[in-house]
Design a protein around this ligand. Structure first.
Ligand code: UFG
Length: 356
């Protein structure tokens, strides 16, 4: 009998997809890097560390025990950006790197416009030159302003931006849509985030505000840990259940996972059009007082707070209709408000412990 000869199957050696995460040392970026690596993607971070710290990179490596490549430069530097793309084969980009504070953007509009636009345009030029086909953009619910009807869907009108920061998000979304109309092979997803809070379960990464926190939850945890005297609640005369503003708070890890799902959707060729936009929230509104109550439950201590005047530019209420993200993207937020607040408090306590 003739011996059957079998040939060893050719082993596929295609490398894992290489994902560039700009701003990957930042708050949402770092959590997204962890989720990407845990799903088998290779990651290279570019961050200028202007609003983040180098030890975040070490802590990402501790969580994932994977190789995390990192290069420090500002993507508004065209020479450096061009060199980076010439040296690194990139399959997809998740673009977080941007200045992000509403109040600061009103005081320094030129710095905001220059940084956020020029860095994005430099990346888009590199995308064109190197035929990179997948791009996820960090957008924001700020594009809806104070919506006329709630919850907001992706079809809700985009309102004139209240501040230069918000304007950069709107204009970059428009730029991306224009480029997608002209370049059929490019696939772009804009994720409109609601209010990300909380931290990774390891308490190795979380939000690291530089100076006095501008956002509610880091202000609460810093007050409780003794860094700040008292939380100021901006306004208690809004037309809401308890008079304080309503927001759709989302756990940063749930938000990070939405990026992985968006990337999978592109790479698995599931997109219906080459430009898509999704609201990324929980769909549930919470008031400032509900956040304080959740914090007091998690920490088992009272939080010193007082009501003060409304903050200029605050919108009264916003929350997401997440139907599109749930059904089309196949993503759903899993963590509760108490999970979010507990993880934020664990992170603040771990920071104190590490700084001893
Ligand atoms: N708040 C306080 N005291 C504080 C800080 C905040 O009462 O010290 C209140 C605000 O008035 C608001 C709520 O807490 O009612 C949430 O405020 P944040 O500053 O945490 O978040 P914002 O909703 O104002 O801003 C966030 C992001 C922006 C984004 C915006 C979109 O930080 O980047 O959502 O609506 F543009």
């Amino acid at each position: 009998m003739k011996k059957k000869i079998t040939f060893a199957k050719h082993k596929k050696t295609s490398r894992n997809k290489m994902i560039l995460v700009t701003g990957g040392a930042g708050y949402i970026g770092s959590h997204t890097v962890v989720e990407l690596q845990e799903q088998g993607y290779d990651v290279i971070i570019v961050d200028d560390l202007s609003n983040s710290q180098i030890n975040v990179i070490d802590n990402i490596r501790k969580i994932t025990t994977k190789k995390t490549r990192f290069e420090q430069f500002n993507l508004a530097d065209n020479t450096r950006t061009t060199k980076f793309f010439a040296e690194n084969p990139i399959d997809a980009i998740i673009h977080f790197a941007a200045h992000k504070y509403v109040g600061e953007s009103v005081k320094e509009p030129l710095r905001y416009y220059y940084n956020n636009f020029v860095s994005t345009l430099n990346i888009l030029q590199a995308i064109e030159k190197h035929d990179i086909r997948h791009f996820v953009f960090s957008s924001s619910c700020t594009v809806y302003g104070q919506a006329d009807s709630l919850p907001v869907t992706e079809q809700s009108p985009v309102k004139p931006a209240e501040c230069p920061y918000g304007n950069t998000k709107q204009v970059i979304e428009e730029i991306l849509q224009d480029i997608c109309l002209a370049v059929a092979q490019l696939q772009v997803i804009s994720l409109r985030y609601f209010n990300p809070i909380g931290a990774h379960a390891s308490a190795l990464i979380g939000e690291l505000p530089v100076g006095v926190p501008q956002n509610l939850v880091p202000y609460i945890t810093q007050t409780a840990i003794g860094k700040r005297d008292c939380l100021q609640v901006f306004g208690n005369d809004y037309n809401t259940t308890d008079g304080t503003c309503l927001r759709d708070y989302i756990h940063v890890v749930d938000l990070a996972k939405a990026h992985v799902v968006a990337l999978d959707r592109m790479l698995n060729k599931k997109m219906k059009k080459n430009y898509e936009v999704f609201n990324i929230g929980t769909g549930k509104p919470s008031s400032v007082l509900e956040i304080i109550q959740s914090f007091e439950k998690a920490s088992q201590m009272p939080l010193p707070y007082k009501f003060v005047e409304r903050r200029k530019g605050d919108i009264e209420k916003i929350w997401a209709d997440t139907t599109c993200a749930n059904t089309v993207l196949g993503w759903k937020a899993e963590k509760t408000l108490d999970d979010m607040i507990r993880s934020a408090w664990n992170w603040e306590k771990a920071l104190k412990e590490n700084n001893k």
